[in-house]
Design a protein around this ligand. Structure first.
Ligand SMILES: *[C@@H]1O[C@H](CO)[C@@H](O)[C@H](O)[C@H]1NC(C)=O
Ligand SMILES: *[C@@H]1O[C@H](CO)[C@@H](O)[C@H](O)[C@H]1NC(C)=O
Length: 335
């Protein structure tokens, strides 16, 4: 019963794993071998997100859209209230994490964790007084069983106010990425393109890192753990999120077919999302304008790809992954 690992974070999230409490999983449960760590992820109020975040709105729909898009790169997530004292502070053996706990002037339990940006008492996460809502990602194998490797997203944003990222100033940036491992072989670059589309649909511009399971080496799927930044402003489409796609002009055939399908009236992404979210006990679900924004953004993705195909030719843009992977794209999307 201890925190095995404290995954460091991002600008605005604390992400770490704690063991699932035995009340939730029986001791003899075979699924224990899957690992019983959970991730608690809680959005911090950030520059573009003042006030307390609504994690239902921001994290859970990401899992749903990942499933509908058939990417399945986000572990199952559920929201619940966590007792910060009992379930985090008292069980952690991570001294660094433990040391950042404090009691606020308003007598709430707070902590700020360890991270590269915005980790200070001003950006602490505070309970009320010791209860905090978090999103718990289940069945992520214990790190002792399956180490994860964290990769910097080549298209991460510059976190310096006055310094632009390389991709912002160099239109040929993708050529450079394509030549460096692990993007020079296998499907990694195409996986990043999938991630780009996923993030654009959700309006998540905070994808600075992603992970893989170390055991599988470089040629493996990627996982997105930190999806908390999505579904901010529904009226705004952040086109800069699509830059990797417009710079690289590459997409998996399975993804291209799927988004074409989800743009059709019968399988409209918004309708599938709405249906899928309705069966959940979690509420509130995404409001209509967020769902409509996803349809609108999907059309923008298709437009970028259409421009690429016109410019570079279909076979240079669309990579046929259907032969090797045997995916079932083209069939009715799963809810
Ligand atoms: C949280 O856990 C602490 C320590 O076990 C306990 O004293 C406290 O009452 C709990 N808070 C709530 C609201 O249950
Ligand atoms: C995996 O990718 C890294 C780049 O981060 C590279 O240094 C390494 O050589 C690659 N390994 C293989 C086996 O290609």
């Amino acid at each position: 019963m201890r925190v095995r690992h404290f995954i460091v974070v991002s600008c605005c999230f604390v992400l770490f794993t704690v063991p699932l409490l035995s009340s939730s999983v029986s001791q003899n449960e075979p699924s224990m071998s899957l690992g019983h760590n959970i991730i608690i992820q809680q959005a911090r109020p950030g520059p573009d997100r003042p006030g307390p975040p609504d994690f239902h709105l921001h994290i859970w729909p990401g899992v749903k859209s990942s499933r509908i898009l058939d990417f399945r790169r986000v572990p199952p997530v559920a929201g619940r209230v966590v007792n910060m004292t009992k379930e985090i502070r008292d069980v952690t053996r991570d001294k660094k994490l433990w040391r950042t706990f404090f009691i606020s002037p308003a007598n709430n339990i707070c902590f700020y964790g360890e991270c590269s940006y915005y980790c200070s008492t001003e950006h602490a996460l505070c309970g009320k007084p010791d209860q905090i809502e978090g999103s718990l990602a289940a069945f992520l194998p214990d790190l002792a069983l399956a180490k994860r490797r964290t990769w910097r997203n080549p298209w991460r944003r510059s976190y310096h106010k006055r310094k632009k990222a390389e991709w912002e100033v160099d239109p040929d940036y993708c050529e450079e990425v394509k030549q460096s491992p692990p993007y020079d072989s296998g499907t990694r670059l195409l996986d990043i393109m999938d991630m780009t589309i996923f993030d654009f649909l959700m309006g998540n511009m905070d994808r600075h890192h992603y992970e893989t399971f170390e055991k599988f080496g470089n040629e493996t799927f990627i996982i997105h753990l930190d999806n908390g930044r999505g579904f901010g402003k529904h009226s705004h489409d952040e086109l800069s999120i699509l830059v990797p796609l417009s710079q690289c002009c590459r997409v998996k055939k399975s993804t291209h077919l799927r988004i074409q399908l989800l743009a059709k009236e019968e399988y409209k992404l918004s309708a599938l999302m709405e249906e899928s979210l309705q069966t959940d006990t979690l509420s509130p679900i995404l409001i209509r304008p967020h769902l409509e924004a996803m349809d609108r953004r999907l059309r923008l993705v298709l437009q970028v790809l259409a421009d690429c195909i016109e410019k570079e030719g279909y076979s240079n843009v669309v990579e046929d992954d259907l032969v090797t992977e045997g995916t079932n794209t083209g069939t009715v999307p799963q809810r």
